[in-house]
Design a protein around this ligand. Structure first.
Ligand SMILES: O=C(O)c1ccccc1NCC(=O)[C@H](O)[C@H](O)COP(=O)(O)O
Length: 204
């Protein structure tokens, strides 16, 4: 069954609605973003969710000690490292007992050259933008990453929406899919119906 992550949760109501609609994972942004929240707020949301919903913290170039500290405070199950982290940083977070999803922003073929060096639990493919690290609503050139098709640990994101998520699944046969901005009424405020339609389309 396809793993579906809804990212950029900022409040309990949106996160509960996503869980009720069948989301397997939710993401909290701890980096510069209109969706940024603190560990206290993330903890409030985490404890309001069923245990089986994976709580993922999104970090950009944070030191491993900070990632592990915030994870403990917020009750996270996984770190999504969405910056220019090295394989050593990924290893240090995992050595601290926290699974890692390493994000790669697919600007071009070169962006994928070093992915084999990451010993991460999951590899998230996202779009590149000059303006923001993530949550851009932009798609990347899927063709550039087609060699990753069918690999057991790929999560696809970047401009996914209820209307195109099936196409992405057919193209990559990924482990999971992730979306944020297409499911919002405004940055940080999810639209319940869009979230439900995304999950139905992905799991359909
Ligand atoms: O969402 C953000 O604001 C964000 C900011 C900084 C780093 C990462 C961020 N989001 C990470 C995600 O996992 C998003 O779901 C992913 O970038 C896809 O976003 P979208 O294209 O809006 O669906």
């Amino acid at each position: 069954m396809m793993m579906v992550k809804v990212c950029g949760m900022t409040n309990v109501a949106d996160a509960r609605a996503a869980a009720d609609a069948g989301a397997d994972a939710v993401g909290f942004i701890f980096a510069e973003s209109p969706r940024k929240i603190g560990s206290e707020e993330a903890r409030r949301i985490s404890i309001a969710l069923p245990e089986n919903v994976l709580k993922v913290g999104v970090f950009v170039n944070a030191p491993p000690e900070e990632v592990l500290r915030v994870a403990a405070e917020a009750g996270l199950d996984m770190a999504q490292l969405h910056g220019d982290e090295t394989p050593e940083t990924v290893a240090a977070v995992r050595a601290g007992g926290l699974p890692v999803m390493k994000a790669v922003r697919v600007r071009n073929a070169e962006a994928l050259a070093g992915v084999e060096r990451f010993d991460a639990d999951l590899l998230l493919l996202d779009a590149y933008s000059e303006e923001a690290r993530g949550g851009t609503g932009k798609r990347f050139d899927w063709g550039v990453a087609k060699s990753l098709k069918g690999r057991g640990n790929i999560v696809v994101s970047g401009g996914l929406a209820p209307e195109n998520v099936r196409e992405a699944i057919d193209f990559f046969e990924p482990y999971g899919v992730d979306a944020s901005s297409s499911l919002e009424d405004a940055p940080g405020k999810k639209n319940e119906e869009s979230v439900r339609r995304f999950i139905v389309a992905a799991k359909g």
